[in-house]
Design a protein around this ligand. Structure first.
Ligand code: ZN
Length: 59
């Protein structure tokens, strides 16, 4: 099995990890019920999207 010849320097390691950060999820408020939802998706609580009721929600 291949083994690294030398230890990765702090600089090299940190530069590699500079792209590892996660971006926070974008949340928007449902105009129907005010619940936080993901954009361009049917609301989990009231089942509406773009002002129309699309999915029936059981409590
Ligand atoms: Zn809603």
């Amino acid at each position: 099995m291949a083994v690294p010849k030398r230890r990765t320097s702090r600089s090299k390691r940190n530069k590699r990890r500079s792209h590892d950060a996660l971006t926070p999820v974008n949340v928007v408020e449902c105009p129907q019920c005010g619940e936080s939802t993901l954009p361009h998706r049917v609301c989990r609580r009231c089942g509406s999207y773009r002002g129309r009721q699309l999915v029936e929600v059981n409590e």
